[in-house]
Design a protein around this ligand. Structure first.
Ligand code: MN
Length: 343
């Protein structure tokens, strides 16, 4: 049995981050929690091999985000998972993802630190390993899809399982963007792919998905890991520990969300009061409430002419407000506004 997990993206880049008692902050706390959940799955299912499909560390932005707390979290996360592997006697392989790379080739990468530990096998180049009667093809991140396809072709029809961190043609990276280039989905062998955070199958490629949600746009019911049994049947293990992230402004949509959610709710004060919204969102694990921005409609824009600011203002009053400038009235209204804010 093989357990495949991928795309931990250890780093602080997120919209949901704030200081926490642990000192790591909310984002790193959540990833550590997720890594512990993966360790629990390893202890429970006792796979012979554990494969990390890449993008372990979010180092893609030339390492600016790799601060001491991030490095500590990396140790904690991979340490937890590797301890579980040692406990049940599984091998642990960590593959290279694009976010781990320092340079295009990836010969310098954030996962190089694991090469110095005996218990972890780091794979940065395409490689084939024989394991329990199967050929396991490993295809870490590369931009040359033809090379990837040629690996698939050369092993077609044998007892092969592939593990990759690659773009896949036609697959959505998130709800806003889908890929135009990538590997062929009809390559004729079972491919378990990382890189794509949304779980789903496309041809013979199973995009396993990240074990937790990293961004709002990756909202999906399915985040977790995959177990591949010895008869090659697969089981998806859903992660119910890590929160779902939502940014919404529709009160009715709140009903269907699980309690284990971080909800950024934009409320319209003309429709619902803050206290009502607070009541309706109380059950969620974390809630951020902000007032809905009222967008400016393009058709409501009016060009006003004038040379000086006073002239522009006068013409605005005349053309748009259909009233002549009344200084006394303006002062009165100004004072009312100021008083409102001083209260
Ligand atoms: Mn990736």
């Amino acid at each position: 049995m093989i357990l495949f997990y991928t795309d931990l993206h250890i780093g602080k880049h997120t919209l949901f981050d704030e200081p926490t008692d642990s000192g790591y902050g909310l984002r790193l706390d959540n990833i550590i929690e997720c890594a512990k959940w993966i360790a629990d799955q390893i202890r429970e299912h006792k796979p012979k091999l554990v494969i990390n499909g890449g993008d372990t560390i979010n180092a893609i932005d030339r390492a600016v985000s790799i601060t001491a707390d991030v490095m500590s979290a990396v140790g904690k996360c991979i340490g937890e998972i590797n301890d579980a592997c040692l406990d049940v006697g599984s091998n642990h392989i960590v593959m290279l993802g694009n976010h781990d790379k320092f340079n295009e080739s990836g010969d310098i990468s954030a996962i190089d630190i694991f090469e110095y530990f005996n218990d972890i096998l780091v794979i940065k180049e395409p490689e084939v390993i024989e394991f329990m009667g199967y050929n396991l093809v490993f295809l870490p991140h590369m931009k040359d899809y033809k090379e990837a396809d040629s690996w698939f072709e050369s092993y077609e029809g044998k007892d092969v399982i592939a593990f990759s961190h690659l773009d896949v043609v036609g697959v959505s990276l998130n709800s806003n963007y889908s890929l135009e280039e990538g590997i062929d989905v009809d390559c004729g062998m079972s491919v378990y792919n990382g890189h794509i955070h949304m779980h789903g199958r496309k041809g013979s490629v199973l995009n396993v998905g990240s074990p937790m949600q990293h961004r709002y746009a990756e909202s999906s019911e399915k985040h977790g890991v995959i177990l591949i049994k010895d008869d090659l049947s697969e089981v998806f293990i859903k992660n119910d520990v890590s929160p779902n992230l939502y940014k919404i402004n529709d009160l009715k949509a709140l009903k269907s969300l699980s309690d284990n959610s971080y909800v950024w709710f934009e409320y319209d004060p003309r429709e619902k009061s803050l206290s009502e919204v607070k009541k309706k969102t109380k059950r969620f694990r974390k809630v951020y409430l902000t007032e809905l921005k009222v967008p400016i409609k393009m058709e409501s824009r009016v060009e006003v002419e004038g040379k000086s600011e006073v002239e522009i203002f006068r013409s605005y009053m005349k053309d748009v407000c259909d009233t002549e400038l009344d200084k006394g009235e303006l002062i009165k209204q100004g004072c009312e506004i100021i008083n409102k804010y001083i209260e």
